[in-house]
Design a protein around this ligand. Structure first.
Ligand code: UFG
Length: 334
């Protein structure tokens, strides 16, 4: 199949490109490089030894979307492009709604015009809001606690409406838990601009002594050691889940939401201590107040992915911590 990857130079998108190419699929990529860089595309080519067409354009640009579908024979779309910072979304909600929602609509309209009806959407465990219990399965009630999360939820709803109106579409909503780690070549990985929001990039910066101390947001949660618990998943495992999803909708007309997680919850302290041990580096930390909007525990029931896609995460926490660190070391040297 030829898959159009939106946001293909981003953290998860770039790893998905590698796994798609390694599985024998062809790809076409577009990215506006708002939060990524064109070099990433060269690195994907170097890692895989394969070439592909890439467009520098914005998903809000209707003419550009039209051109991509006119110039290529696209079979399916994997949609990663979008803004993703929770805090920023609270400060600039209209920017988030405009970009994420309108951008997705522009892509879906171009798809409809060209009769391309296979779509894999980059959703998030954030659509479960503050879950009543863990592990979380796909039947849990949906809600959102911030504008970023609401864009994910609204796009899910749009896609459910689209399928209800025309069941010749085939759509998978992949709900990611917490992606970390990097490709083993250490040529691609997560490289947030500015001060990171997420735990692993923050640990990397402290380990590299680019920042003095990791603030652990709260040690009074009702969890094993009082710190927040999440389902960290290696980004390469996550990317492989996307290949399975694309191959599933090649054969079925359906809409399915599917968790991509490991099913295991680790606390912030477990993460930090595992990272220090496997990499033999110090990570200074202090406890501070809880971060507003954070939940105590969030981890997946990943059985549906195994049942439908024959996919399960393979990499353990030690590999996630090792690959995150080694990527950050190689990124610093560049
Ligand atoms: N944490 C710290 N210090 C930091 C950063 C994070 O202690 O500097 C803690 C958080 O409090 C939380 C855990 O580390 O307990 C993980 O936090 P992240 O910010 O890495 O991830 P979140 O689970 O908060 O958010 C992630 C994604 C969001 C998504 C959300 C819900 O980043 O996009 O999961 O699925 F919406």
């Amino acid at each position: 199949m030829t898959i159009l990857v939106t946001g293909g130079a981003g953290y998860i998108g770039s790893h998905a490109c590698v796994e798609l190419l390694n599985s024998g699929h062809d790809i076409v990529v577009f990215d506006n490089f708002y939060n990524s860089s064109p070099e990433v595309l060269d690195r994907i080519k170097e890692i895989t030894g394969r070439s592909f067409l890439a467009y520098e354009c914005d998903m809000l640009d209707e003419e550009a979307m039209e051109r991509i579908f006119s110039e290529n024979k696209i079979d399916a779309v994997m949609h990663f492009a979008g803004y993703k910072a929770v805090g920023e979304s609270c400060e600039k909600p209209l920017m988030y709604y405009h970009n994420n929602i309108q951008g997705t609509l522009t892509i879906l309209n171009a798809m409809a015009r060209h009769n391309v009806k296979k779509f894999v959407f980059s959703s998030s465990a954030t659509v479960y809001g503050d879950p009543q219990s863990v592990p979380i399965d796909e039947t849990f009630p949906l809600s959102a606690t911030n504008p970023y999360g609401r864009t994910k939820l609204m796009i899910e709803e749009m896609l459910r409406d689209l399928y209800a109106a025309d069941n010749s579409w085939s759509i998978i909503l992949l709900r990611y838990f917490n992606p970390v780690g990097a490709h083993e070549s250490y040529m691609i990985g997560e490289n947030p601009k500015g001060i990171p929001n997420n735990l692993m990039p923050m640990i990397n910066k402290v380990a590299q002594q680019e920042l003095p101390v990791l603030k652990i947001f709260g040690n009074d949660y009702n969890t094993k050691d009082g710190t927040g618990v999440r389902d960290y998943i290696h980004v390469v495992d996550l990317a492989k889940g996307h290949v399975k999803a694309i191959e599933y909708i090649e054969n079925y007309n359906t809409i399915e939401s599917i968790n991509l997680g490991t099913g295991k919850g680790y606390s912030v302290l477990e993460m930090v201590h595992t990272y220090m041990r496997v990499n033999n580096v110090a990570v200074n930390y202090i406890f501070t107040d809880r971060r507003p909007g954070d939940i105590a525990e969030c981890y997946a029931n990943p059985e549906k992915a195994l049942r439908l896609l024959n996919w399960k995460a393979e990499y353990d926490l030690e590999k996630m911590c090792r690959d995150s660190y080694l990527w950050s070391v190689s990124a610093t040297k560049r």
